[in-house]
Design a protein around this ligand. Structure first.
Ligand SMILES: *Cc1c(COP(=O)(O)O)cnc(C)c1O
Length: 442
């Protein structure tokens, strides 16, 4: 049994997170409940920042908040002096609601709307990561008509094939994201922006994918971008002040995953940047990174209560829980693997082989296939680990299930940061049928 961060087992045999008994949490807030170990989030953030300090590199560590966006997590990120990546007007709005320092907000996305870009100008955010030629035209229009400045980074695709699941690989050439480095698109984009009176090119950005374990992939991406920077200095006399190398650092979901410490990936990048700047006598740029999953992934644990169990003789035992693909679609969407424990009976031998099923009307709604728990009885509390990233953020109301509540735990204290949806919430956007005054209806 692998525990994460501050997790422990108390003398009642209950799982604790941040010094708080998970059985108590379930009693107070109900289930499904997403519990964050905030000390672990802080530790991860500090480790990233520390590695840059050690290397003598000025850096921004931006929390890629699409992994889990909420006012409270933005407030913690603010406390930690992190920067923030947003990918939509909605995430920007959430950041504004948290009063996140605007100069540390970076706006991403492959199809930002005109009004989203205007919103970014309204809020005077730190930087827009430009993804396509239409966006360049719009940014010119907006900045020229307002006579307002904006920093931009160019998102490029370095052509790195990191071995991870196809759906979450974004650095290769055939990608919907960014400008291709090899076919000249990136050069064209740069020249359209360079020396613009209101748009300031800070440099280059790449993000090669997600849940990546190979340091080679990060090293290669850093090399390819540094080479381009050197080329742009020769060709255009442009010295790049910022190099943004994205996120994607892998974490341990199950024993099969063997990640390095998240900060170790960053050290690899730093080594490339340091050695290549030395070799080419290039001024050391600021290095920005954008961890999402590796900041919040293993800090999150979902608590579920078990209901029915179904024995399929000779095959398997299904244990059904009170959530499922509605609060964690990752297993159904891309076969994501997790581990679980019987959180109310941690001392009991976890020797019953079961499949944890959700309650949604889809056969594929299984959270974990073939895992080991204490012999399940109705009303057990099950904890699924490592659910802090891309779970609540992707939650739906499928089957009109209410989205779970979210609690932060730290130093024996707990606080509700997102309340559970109610039935009223579920119909709040619905408009009852009006009398339709039409001939055709009769
Ligand atoms: C999603 C994303 C990230 C974060 O990826 P993780 O795998 O969660 O670390 C960083 N940068 C960009 C541009 C992204 O789209």
């Amino acid at each position: 049994m692998h525990l994460y961060g501050t997790q422990s087992v108390n003398n009642l045999g209950h799982l604790t997170i941040g010094g708080v008994d998970t059985v108590d949490l379930a009693n107070i807030y109900g289930t499904p409940l997403l519990v964050y170990d905030i000390a672990l989030f802080r530790e991860r953030a500090k480790a990233f920042k520390e590695t840059f300090k050690k290397a003598g590199i000025t850096a921004q560590v931006a929390y890629a908040s699409k992994a889990f966006s909420s006012i409270a997590i933005y407030e913690v990120a603010k406390q930690l002096d992190l920067s923030l990546d947003v990918v939509s007007g909605g995430e920007l709005y959430t950041a504004v609601a948290a009063d996140f320092p605007r100069e540390r907000i970076h706006f991403h996305g492959n199809n930002k709307s005109y009004s989203e870009l205007q919103y970014a100008f309204d809020e005077k955010i730190g930087c827009i990561v430009v993804d396509n030629f239409l966006e360049i035209e719009w940014l010119k229009q907006i900045s020229e008509s307002r006579k307002e400045k904006m920093n931009v980074l160019l998102r490029v695709t370095p052509g790195v094939h990191a071995s991870t699941h196809d759906y979450i690989t974004t650095g290769q050439e055939d990608s919907k994201f960014g400008f291709d480095l090899k076919n000249g698109q990136a050069d064209d984009a740069f020249l359209k922006l360079y020396n613009h009176p209101f748009l300031t090119v800070l440099g280059m950005h790449c993000h090669i994918g997600s849940q990546i374990f190979e340091t080679d992939a990060f090293r290669f991406a850093a090399e390819v971008l540094m080479e381009k920077m050197v080329e742009w200095r020769e060709k255009f006399k442009f010295v790049c002040p910022v190099l943004n190398l994205g996120g994607g650092f892998g974490i341990r979901y199950t024993a099969e995953d063997k990640p390095l410490q998240p900060a170790a990936y960053v050290e690899e990048m730093e080594n490339v940047v340091l050695s290549m700047t030395r070799k080419h006598n290039y001024p050391l740029p600021e290095v920005w990174i954008e961890p999402g999953r590796s900041l919040v992934g293993d800090a999150g644990t979902t608590l579920y209560t078990t209901g029915s169990t179904k024995l399929v003789p000779g095959l398997r035992t299904y244990v059904a829980v009170d959530g499922g693909m509605s609060d964690n679609i990752r297993p159904a969407l891309y076969g994501a693997k997790y581990t679980a424990v019987s959180a109310n009976r941690m001392m009991d031998p976890h020797s019953d082989k079961v499949t944890i099923a959700g309650k949604c009307c889809e056969s594929g709604d299984k959270l974990i296939e073939d895992t080991y728990l204490a012999e399940p009885v109705e009303g057990d509390l099950i904890a699924i680990f490592c659910t802090g990233a891309y779970t609540y953020a992707m939650a739906s109301n499928y089957n009109r299930l209410a989205k779970p509540a979210i609690v932060f735990c730290e130093d024996g204290k707990h606080q509700l940061v997102v309340r559970r949806e109610t039935y009223e919430d579920l119909v709040k956007l619905d408009i009852p049928l009006q009398q339709i005054e039409s001939e055709n209806v009769k």
